[in-house]
Design a protein around this ligand. Structure first.
Ligand code: 6PG
Length: 390
């Protein structure tokens, strides 16, 4: 990007606009905005999602930066963006690097949802013993219901793809190691920096990292032969139903984490991002498009002060019902030794998020004990220190 900017520099004049439609890190975008502002050049960091199909038939487009520049490019973006019920999947995301920041949140949600679907596949294949044809039927069925989403849709179709070379099911010929360009990790890194909790996304990044250690895993499996006695007995049909509900809860909890982080970031970096608008432009064209986004959009529309969709009346009933399946699935994973990192992290987030007491008093006590870091009390304002053990 910097090389292209250097090439363009002699050709542009004040008030010209340079758009970066690539997957740039938001801090690079911020630095470029700043550097080009000195010459009165508008630099627009613009997130695009949609893959090859989106490029041809309309992606979701997330522009940020100066409003004046946005106004000029808006008609072009509106014309090429995907449309949902006639509405374009593009809108102003906020000041500065907001466009690339929103795209970064999109990556993280994408990572967690892909991971949770993979975890569902793990349970359905290994525990329930579903064949690829059955997996196709199950995911196709999921896609006809409330889980309807691009990632479920392509998952259903993956299970029917044959390999040209061996004529086997292609999925069974693909190595079980996931690659990553690091975009999910960007979100985890910034979540740590701004104090946002996105454990389902962190777990998805770590899961890809562990998957890539295939040689180690194969060696370790010979040494660590975990003796797991599975006493759980769930029939195939019940398992399919349980996985659907658990996945739906996992979807909600993942969007909840991503959008709550985006809200924190918007305040932190002064983006002024409208979360309803973000949910609205993710409904079409992009990789994380899902029927659920319609409800998310309505939840934010109904309450402008909403900080987390988990407490929206739109979701409370569903979460209270489907958490039981998520819990059951996570228990099944633990009982059978099938790792479910993102689904488990989602459940733990839900449990912690809705808990009126957490053992953090002990953490405070430990910090004060070993480092005189002080602690707060329930009965008095202020910070306190104790000479522990004396
Ligand atoms: C999209 C995708 C796309 C790509 C990312 C993630 O919305 O079109 O997010 O940008 O999937 O680059 O790639 P990695 O999985 O390699 O991090």
């Amino acid at each position: 990007v910097d090389a292209v900017i250097a090439d363009l520099k002699p050709l542009v004049e004040p008030n010209d606009i340079i758009m970066d439609c690539g997957n740039s890190h938001f801090t690079d975008t911020q630095a470029r905005i700043h550097a080009l502002a000195a010459d009165k050049i508008h630099f627009v960091g613009l997130g695009v999602s949609g893959g090859e199909k989106g490029a041809r038939f309309g992606p979701s487009i997330m522009p940020g930066g100066d409003v004046e520049a946005f106004k000029i490019i808006e008609p072009m973006l509106t014309a090429i963006a995907a449309k949902v019920n006639g509405k374009p999947c593009t809108a102003y995301m906020g000041t500065g690097a907001a466009g690339h920041y929103v795209k970064m949140v999109h990556y993280g949600i994408e990572y967690a949802i892909m991971q949770m679907i993979a975890e569902a596949y793990h349970i359905l294949k290994i525990y329930a013993g579903l064949t690829n044809n059955e997996l196709h039927t199950v995911f196709d069925g999921y896609n006809k219901g409330r889980l309807q989403s691009f990632l479920i849709e392509i998952t259903a179709s993956i299970f029917t793809q044959k390999d040209d070379k061996t004529k086997a099911d292609l999925i069974d010929v693909i190595k079980d190691t996931a690659k990553q360009k690091g975009t999910g990790a960007w979100m985890s890194q910034d979540a740590m920096a701004i104090g946002a909790a996105i454990p389902a996304i962190d777990a998805a990044v770590a899961a890809r990292t562990i998957s890539a250690l295939k040689n180690d895993r194969v060696k370790n499996a010979k040494i660590l032969q975990l003796a797991i006695t599975n006493t759980k007995q769930i029939d195939k049909q019940n398992c399919i139903v349980m996985v659907e509900a658990a996945l739906y809860a996992g979807y909600i909890i993942t969007y909840a984490q991503g959008l709550a982080m985006l809200q924190t970031a918007s305040t932190n970096y002064g983006y002024n991002t409208n979360i309803t608008t973000v949910a609205s432009i993710w409904r079409g064209g992009c990789i994380i498009r899902a029927a659920l986004l319609e409800n998310i959009m309505e939840a934010y529309e109904a309450d402008a002060t909403l900080t987390n969709i988990l407490v929206s009346p739109k979701f409370v009933k569903t979460i209270l019902t489907d958490q039981a399946s998520l819990r059951e699935l996570v228990q099944l994973g633990a009982a059978t030794g099938i790792p479910l990192p993102s689904l488990s992290a989602s459940l733990h987030y839900l449990d912690a998020f809705s808990s009126n007491w957490l053992p953090a008093n002990l953490i405070q006590a430990q910090r004060d004990f070993f480092g005189a870091h002080t602690y707060e009390r329930l009965d008095k304002e202020g910070v306190f220190h104790t000479k522990w053990g004396e």
